[in-house]
Design a protein around this ligand. Structure first.
Ligand SMILES: [Zn+2]
Length: 737
């Protein structure tokens, strides 16, 4: 990664992190999700900044419902720079809405918008007349259902001109920005062009992409790929997950190096792709790729995967024969070499697998961090990586009588099996074979030299360190501490690649104790940082839930360990919560209320539900229902009973029949409401069935509503993200006999 230094006075033609930061500061003053007050202010700011660059901006406005029934009216910001050529256009993309309801959105995706604004300004200062058209799309409602991207790809006339998209995103507030490709076919042409652009700090690997493809996390770019068959590059940073979608996603907490990293991608890519042929990026071939110091970015075709594997296997067999013939290898010693490996994998596998459960048992309040990456998460990674290494040293200490050359046979065998599995199931990770070649080289040296040069052995081991070190922490950082097992196993496997060095160490036990010492030290440090504080704030949640059917009210929370603040309402009479009616309000991790308690009845203006049409045509009943809020609301969610809907549309947007058939818990729609607008349902179903709707109407104003006098949330608490929070929720069921 680049390291940030004050660059406010950098030349006009270069990207300045300080200048980009000014945009971040402006954008992240207040939560600016769709329907929130500051949303419009942020849009106005971006439009005025584009205007100042002399660009003509336009807005694209409309409803979409995406693939998961999340309806909202998105307002996209668009601008276009005319190129001198007639080829496909380059599209720069980021989103300006922040996550509902408390996120300040400095990183997500204020950093992306700022990168584009500053990068474009610097680019135009040097290249006022690019060859390709450049379209700028600052999308809306990404956080709700990728609605802005959906609207552009489905309806905007410019969508047909786009040849490539560069998308800037964030899922945390720091760490390196990973380049992730989105394509429906092979990546070879994209990799070739990316390599030509010669970005100074590429962080990318085909392994990360293979895993990214398996995860449910979608970005705006996914819509371009799936619905428009348009390829693109994502640049997204994911570290410091605990700031994501919270009031701590601030200007101050955005890592300056990370923002500089985003700029370091955009500038060379803008220069390259504004001139390249963007009509020629599709390909059927795939490349394996990864980044490594000195060589920066390495790639080779998938066709090489098996030949490289066969070559490694052939070398292994040849060396084995040579070793046995030379009597350097002893059959029993070689077999014994498998025991420490099995020990290491078993112990470190079990420790890694259960570590998160044990930590949650020791510190129950960690359960309130829904994504599972605690504030002291990095310290835990250090702890468990060293614990694993300690186990490795200890295991090999027990087999110190066996010569290193004999000990190396088992790791090479294991690694070849891993490479074969990877070649079949996860070809993107096939670059794992490269350190195996290094391991084979040192095996050859140990077969032929009694005491090889330590310097040579370290040199040969460098690829293993450079390639695997970043992955040791990537998995828990990316997927939560529940993935610690990936760190413990990868540490063990990396240790095996370094065995040509460690095998010659006399005092392995001493090193093991040293590693255990670091483990205990880290655990103690983590313990002292385990409590919540102002810096590491506790996510808290409080809702007022009014049931119109029974005219009863409850306080509710999603917290597992109640904070003092929440206890004021749930403390004395708290009950373990049962599910709300027949379904739970949608949330990222499908969270249920944990506790509820009785609450006083307040006068909440009841929503207006009107039946505007009710006719039977053939065997189908056609029902039009309009729901209009009578108070300030942010979100309306509608569930149905087990009726099978033939057709359904909301505010004129038809829901796909695939979606209607696969609705989870009967959810029909989540409407993220702007300007207290109505929700108009058109439903078609069999005339013999009875329709029942469960309607959840929510506003995020519990803390500011004049009917309540909730004390301000303490400074060491933040609104819990990923769930409905600080809300007044009204539930109502309606039956249509
Ligand atoms: Zn985002």
């Amino acid at each position: 990664m680049p390291s940030y230094s004050n660059d406010a006075s950098a030349e006009k033609t270069t990207f300045s992190t300080d200048r980009a930061l000014k945009h971040v500061k402006q954008i992240s003053q207040n939560p600016h999700g769709v329907g929130f007050k500051a949303h419009e202010d942020v849009r106005d700011y971006i439009v005025s900044e584009l205007d100042m660059m002399g660009l003509e901006t336009s807005l694209q406005e409309g409803y979409t419902a995406g693939d998961s029934g999340n309806l909202s009216k998105a307002i996209n910001i668009l601008a276009r720079i005319k190129g001198s050529g007639s080829g496909k256009a380059l599209l720069l993309l980021s989103h300006y809405d922040s996550g509902p309801h408390s996120s300040l959105g400095a990183s997500d995706a204020g950093s992306g918008v700022a990168t584009i604004l500053e990068g474009l300004r610097a680019f135009l200062a040097e290249n006022p007349n690019p060859k390709n058209d450049i379209i700028i799309l600052i999308s809306d409602a990404e956080e709700l259902g990728l609605n802005g991207a959906d609207l552009f790809v489905k309806e905007h006339p410019w969508r047909r001109d786009v040849g490539l998209v560069l998308n800037f995103e964030a899922r945390g507030s720091g760490g390196p920005s990973y380049m992730l490709i989105e394509t429906n076919r092979g990546n070879s042409r994209l990799i070739e062009e990316f390599t030509k652009a010669n970005t100074p700090y590429p962080v990318a690997s085909s392994l990360a992409y293979s895993i990214y493809k398996m995860l449910p996390n979608d970005t705006d770019l996914t819509v371009f790929r799936e619905d428009g068959d348009i390829e693109g590059f994502n640049f997204a940073f994911i570290d410091d997950h605990y700031d994501y979608h919270t009031v701590h996603d601030t200007y101050e907490r955005l890592d300056r190096n990370t923002l500089a990293h985003q700029g370091s991608y955009l500038m060379p890519l803008l220069k390259h792709f504004s001139n390249a042929d963007l009509g020629n990026l599709k390909s059927l071939n795939d490349y394996v790729y990864f980044n490594i110091p000195f060589f920066k970015f390495v790639s080779y075709p998938f066709e090489w995967i098996w030949p490289m594997f066969y070559l490694a296997a052939l070398l292994f067999i040849t060396f084995l024969i040579h070793g046995f013939r030379k009597k350097e290898l002893d059959f029993i010693a070689v077999l014994k070499g498998f025991i420490p490996i099995l020990l290491i994998l078993a112990i470190n596998g079990i420790v890694g697998y259960f570590s998160w459960s044990v930590l949650k048992w020791m510190y129950p309040h960690y359960k309130d961090i829904l994504h599972g990456f605690t504030y002291n998460g990095h310290t835990y990674i250090t702890a468990f990586v060293f614990l694993s290494l300690g186990v490795c040293f200890m295991s090999y200490q027990k087999f110190k009588k066996i010569k290193t050359s004999n000990l190396l046979v088992a790791p090479i065998f294991l690694w070849l099996i891993i490479c074969a599995m990877v070649a079949i199931y996860l070809p993107g990770a096939s670059f794992f074979i490269i350190p195996v070649f290094a391991l084979l080289a040192s095996f050859w040296v140990t077969l032929n030299q009694e005491i090889p040069s330590a310097f040579l052995m370290v040199l040969i081991a460098l690829p293993a360190i450079f390639i695997f070190a970043p992955f040791l922490q990537m998995f828990p950082v990316g997927l939560g501490l529940k993935m610690m097992v990936a760190s413990t196993l990868l540490s063990s496997l990396t240790f095996l690649l370094l065995l040509p060095i460690f095998g010659f160490f006399r005092k392995k036990a001493t090193l093991a104790y040293f590693c255990f010492l670091i483990f205990f030290g880290s655990m103690i440090v983590a313990h002292f940082n385990s409590a919540f504080s102002q810096e590491n704030a506790k996510p808290t949640s409080l809702l007022y839930v009014f049931d119109e059917d029974t005219q009863s009210a409850k306080w509710a929370t999603y917290e597992n360990s109640l904070s003092k603040w929440t206890s004021q309402y749930l403390g004395e009479s708290k009950k373990v919560s049962e599910k709300l009616a027949n379904a739970t309000i949608s949330s990222k991790y499908n969270s249920d209320f944990t506790y509820v308690s009785d609450a006083p009845i307040k006068e909440i203006p009841s929503m207006k539900i009107e039946k505007t049409r009710d006719t039977v045509i053939g065997n189908s009943r056609h029902l039009d229902i309009c729901i209009t809020p009578q108070r300030d609301i942010n979100r309306l969610e509608v569930f149905t009973n087990k009726v099978s809907l033939e057709r359904a549309s909301v505010n004129g947007i038809a829901l796909s029949s695939f979606y209607l058939k696969n609705r989870r818990w009967g959810k029909l729609i989540t409407h993220y409401v702007s300007n207290n607008t109505y929700t108009d349902l058109t439903l078609v179903f069999s005339k013999d069935e009875v329709l029942e709707l469960a309607i959840y109407e929510a506003s995020n104003d519990l803390l500011s509503n004049s009917q309540f006098s909730i004390p301000t949330r303490p400074e060491h608490n933040i609104p819990m993200p990923f769930i409905l929070n600080d809300a007044i929720l009204v539930t109502k069921t309606v039956r249509f006999d």
